[in-house]
Design a protein around this ligand. Structure first.
Ligand code: C5P
Length: 266
């Protein structure tokens, strides 16, 4: 089996590849987590709940602490509207934001193009624009009922390729899809995986995408791991984050490096 590995800096960069999900309800709680973890991880994910509660102030708070933001608002609308939302995310200074690949090739292309244009004219840093393929909460039956026949994996592959065609920077995908996406989309395409648990656990029989360990996700070709509850709810969140980074480092040491292409080191 050929393994694709896009990093030039391997074990040393793993801390930068860990994204902690700020799934809390208030700015005060988010600030506490960021203060505890900013030296241990590379980025913080801000999702709909926290953003709806705090607005752009939460992005500013993370940036004021010298950290980076993955703005996980999963845009999906008519192309012009998503492109404009992407531009505003860019102006906030986020490092990554995401949208639904199922919103269309045009929606993705316009967003990438508009973000690129605004970065050039306003001299802004260009964020990574990621596509969500299929939400892991959707079952085979859910997809059938919205008119998507066939296997979930085929739909994930189709949308990952569409994102690549739109020149998106990568996808958000469960660890189990990382290897097929890497094979389809190549070494420079970012794969960000949530659904991580430090220890192997017994999967629920109905779970299409059971959690994976950090080691498994890295070996499958993930570039960034998103971790929430195992760090947030740990007695010592900083120690929990360090343990996950150490697991990522152990895993990356076993992956043969086959490509020097890829994202800039984080
Ligand atoms: O489960 P955990 O707290 O680690 O999840 C971190 C983030 O990843 C959450 O924001 C959650 O919504 C997201 N997630 C996901 N797909 C999964 C599991 C978690 O998008 N299968």
């Amino acid at each position: 089996m050929k393994t694709y590995w896009p990093f030039q800096r391997r074990a040393a960069g793993m801390r930068g590849r860990l994204i902690v999900s700020l799934d809390v309800g208030t700015l005060a709680e988010a600030t506490k987590l960021v203060q505890t973890l900013r030296g241990e991880v590379g980025m913080f994910k801000v999702g709909k709940q926290l953003f709806m509660h705090c607005g752009p102030a939460v992005v500013q708070m993370v940036r004021d602490h010298g950290s980076e933001v993955f703005l996980d608002l999963k845009f999906h609308d008519v192309p012009r509207t998503v492109a404009k939302a992407g531009v505003e995310a860019t102006r906030l200074g986020v490092r990554m934001f995401d949208l639904h690949a199922s919103g269309s090739l045009d929606m993705m292309q316009r967003t990438v193009n508009e973000v690129g244009r605004v970065c050039r004219t306003e001299n802004l840093r260009r964020p990574k624009v990621l596509a969500v393929t299929v939400l892991t909460s959707l079952s085979h039956d859910d997809l059938q009922r919205i008119g998507v026949s066939g296997e979930i994996q085929d739909q994930v592959s189709r949308l990952a390729l569409l994102a690549k065609e739109a020149t998106m920077d990568g996808v958000v995908a469960p660890p189990q899809e990382a290897e097929p996406i890497r094979k389809l989309c190549g070494a420079g395409f970012l794969i960000v995986t949530p659904g991580i648990r430090p220890e192997e656990s017994e999967p629920a029989p109905s779970d299409d995408y059971p959690p994976a360990t950090p080691e498994a996700a890295i070996r499958a070709g993930a570039d960034y791991l998103v971790v929430g509850q195992p760090i947030r709810d740990a007695a010592d969140p900083a120690a929990a984050a360090r343990a996950i980074v150490a697991a990522m480092q152990r895993a990356v040491a076993t992956v043969p490096e086959v490509s020097l292409e890829g994202p800039e080191s984080a």
